[in-house]
Design a protein around this ligand. Structure first.
Ligand SMILES: Nc1ncnc2c1ncn2[C@@H]1O[C@H](COP(=O)(O)OP(=O)(O)OP(=O)(O)O)[C@@H](O)[C@H]1O
Ligand SMILES: [Mg+2]
Length: 130
């Protein structure tokens, strides 16, 4: 089973999260620069002409499609690296992915999200199918 993690994190936690994923052997990913709000609905800032409300705060969304056997370790790594304990640390969404196809080789599914030196290769699971 392939899964997708969409982790919404603080901008200033991006490098820590990237390093943690690299250390774990998570290779394939992409990021979006997004804006949004959670349950606080934004923040109030003090400006020259009084206070004003910023309702859509910038965050980074890290997208990772991966085999579900690597899911919990990856979530753990993100939880540790993205945590400050203050409101605004973000959210992690997980969803199923029906199919992945690498255009060049037409590899599908699990084979299409394997990379040299990644978490699976390190664990010696390159040949088996998920
Ligand atoms: N239901 C949602 N769907 C999609 N994106 C969301 C949703 N809720 C929040 N987000 C995104 O996640 C971010 C929320 O992060 P935030 O850490 O503030 O969550 P929270 O639920 O308010 O928790 P906390 O109380 O820790 O702040 C938002 O900035 C927004 O980008
Ligand atoms: Mg919040």
């Amino acid at each position: 089973m392939l899964k997708k993690i969409e982790a919404i994190i603080r901008e200033d936690k991006m490098n820590d999260v990237k390093d943690a994923l690299k250390e774990l052997g998570i290779v394939g990913m992409n990021i979006f620069e997004i804006r949004g709000h959670g349950r606080q609905g934004g923040i109030t800032l003090a400006g020259r002409s009084g206070t004003y409300q910023v309702d859509m705060l910038p965050k980074i969304q890290v997208n990772i499609v991966l085999s579900d056997r690597n899911l919990e370790e990856t979530i753990d790594a993100i939880l540790k690296a993205a945590y400050t304990g203050e409101t605004g640390d973000g959210l992690i969404f997980v969803s199923p992915v029906d199919e992945v196809i690498r255009i060049r080789t037409r590899e599908r599914g699990y084979d299409a999200v394997m990379y040299p030196g990644d978490i699976d290769e390190r664990k010696g699971r390159g040949a088996e199918k998920s």
